[in-house]
Design a protein around this ligand. Sequence first.
Ligand SMILES: Nc1nc2c(c(=O)[nH]1)N[C@H]1C(S)=C(S)[C@@H](COP(=O)(O)O)O[C@H]1N2
Ligand SMILES: [Mo]
Length: 364
Amino acid sequence: MLRQDSLGTPKPGLTSLADPALNQETPPHLLRESLTPTALFFVRNNGTLPDLPRDTGLDWQLEVTGLVRRPLSLSLAELRARFPVVEVTAVLECAGNGRSAFAPSVPGLAWGNGAVGCARWTGVRLADVLAQAGVAPGAVYVAHESPDHVVGAPGQPALSRGLPIEKALAPETLLAFGMNGAPLDPLHGFPLRVVAPGYPGSAWQKWLTRLVVRDREHDGAKMTGLDYRMPRHPVRPGETPDPAQFEVIADMPVKSLITEPAADFTASGPLLISGFAWSGAIPLDRVEVSTDGGASWQPAALEAADGPWAWRRFTAFALLPGPGEVELMARATDIAGNTQPLEPVWNPRGYLNNAVHRIRGRVV
Ligand SMILES: Nc1nc2c(c(=O)[nH]1)N[C@H]1C(S)=C(S)[C@@H](COP(=O)(O)O)O[C@H]1N2
Ligand SMILES: [Mo]
């Protein structure tokens, strides 16, 4: 085992957040590729980086236990040999992405807009592994465990989240060992992580060592109270929230990000506005852009998706008002008619900010 102690090496070019653990986001103008290069992919660690194998990681052990007929203990080599290896291109977004825009401000990491990326993930279906273990009647949830811990508190797991059994058994949900055609990077969960397309990043457990099938929702680190939960009904700032009125975040909402031009651009003529749009379970319908503060919107062209869980590039050629300051906006809508709000919808922990992305610049 390689003693990494502990926090991991920051990636150059990303923006580091103030936190005891390593957390970095990608400036939106660097997210220009359909597959986010691993070197530019945001990092979200709730604690330390665990001790990791120095080699291929094929000896890494995964235990499958709890409400199963045949508890399993499999090495990564056995996982790869026993189950079909599949790939999925999927967006990974932190539920707290965009938190810094909430007013009044909320506790939690103050992400800008860059806690998101899209990669091609390689692994085996979690459903295939669970079928081999034989899920017993009464199973409703699968809990994830990993060896990372709270910085400075070795006995305290950093994060132990999970998935409702339906999502664990869904064909897109993987136990992944590859990212963008290479073995997982240590910062992204090498040797083994959960890939739960459409679900918040917190459900994508890294450095996975154990799955526990349960007869109730999981209660691990960051699964209880208000963690990764949204209120069923709006909660006003200052109100005392009642945790019983909150539920665990499942499918992520429709969203888009302008990657070009970059913030503080200067333009003189018609401008190409482009970026990516994505949604959780409900497919995208359209993207529009505005150059006049949302008074009028024009349709953007949407490229085909690399499967249902990938983001899609949008492009629009816009005439700019001017000269002077201008604000560009992009707004995505899914096929159920859910659309991005103009302003963030406040909630006590600052999750799921899918307000339209705005880029300011100058027309000369
Ligand atoms: N073991 C472990 N898995 C984890 C986390 C963690 O702190 N520990 N953070 C989660 C959160 S909150 C997010 S958003 C994603 C981020 O994945 P990335 O760092 O590969 O971008 O990992 C998830 N998996
Ligand atoms: Mo997250």
